[in-house]
Design a binder for this molecule. Sequence first.
Ligand SMILES: [Fe+2]
Ligand SMILES: [Fe+2]
Length: 388
Amino acid sequence: MTTLDENTGAEEELRSNLELIGRENIDDLEAVLSFVGQYDVEGFHRVPDNCPAEFTWDYEKGSKPQLDRLYEKAKKAQWNGQTDLDWSIEVDQERVVIANAEANPAQMQWDEAAIAGTALEKWDDKRFIQFGIENQNWLLSQFMHGEQGALLCTAKIVETVPWIDAKYYAATQVMDEARHVEVFSKYLDEKLSGHYPMNAHLGLLLDDIVGDARWDMTYLGMQIMVEGLALAAFGFIHAMTTEPLLKKLLRYVMADEARHVAFGVLSLQEYYKELSAAELRERQEFAFEAAIRMKDRLVMQEVWERMEVPTADVIKLMQAAPERDEFQILLFSKIVPNLKKLGLLDAADGWLRTKFTEMGAIAFENLTDSTEDEDAFADGSPAERQVA
Ligand SMILES: [Fe+2]
Ligand SMILES: [Fe+2]
């Protein structure tokens, strides 16, 4: 589609799906599954970081009152991943898989019609349980990798954001994210039974976020998109899991994530009012691309591969179970109201609104945004508040 650039008067094109995400149809599962990415065999992964580090000589604390308030709350909301969680709880992964499936049949059980004609038709109970175990290992691994992404991005924000109140707040988030990587890693090592590498789609997105030279893109990619989705995902797993240690761990992490997402909205809302139409368009495209990468990740291709299910069967299974897709769309419930608050849904004749309408996620635009999340401005640590 075309829009008129307010500054230059020139007609500017918003790029097509093919240019942005490498395919025309966002639901093209074959394309999603064919992208496997490259695993880093050396045990590390380097991304050039092009953003200039910025000193400020304006030390006036509280120039940004909402960020200042968030910073003061964050200092009091710290918790200790080693001592505030009961790591003596034993986790029997098989029993957890069975209990979770019984408690959430709609999300975790396959009906016979859906698996007919696929490899799953011949699976016995043991194989289905193994699939559930792989699911858990994969999910927690992706949470852990995503948390490391947040750790790196937030350290970068400390360097690049121009305002002292934001640098202060971001420093508390660096501590939060270190704790999150620590607890997910400990849970995987001590309670589960195997790691997965970073999902290719998530990895691509994190590389894009870290590599972008504009400081606000770090916020948009991480605080608004990745953490917005994570907050919703943690909420669902928290509600669905029957395992008490993971339940509490997630609840504690969510208390921190609510602040992080609010930090993103509070930091960007004024800044985005000053941007030109052309600059806003780039942010809209970036948000759309990020949304698709995150949606693609949910296909969990690495699990299917490990379970030796052929790609054609995976596509069949996904198409036979549209309610799973609906469930995944719920994960955008935090992102859409925040993009609206930032003006990104409506800019360029509502280009991004159309995209989220096509994805089936636009109804969330009327939910409250993350600056009104109770957890974000709560007093005291989750341990003191005894959140449940
Ligand atoms: Fe986190
Ligand atoms: Fe976070």
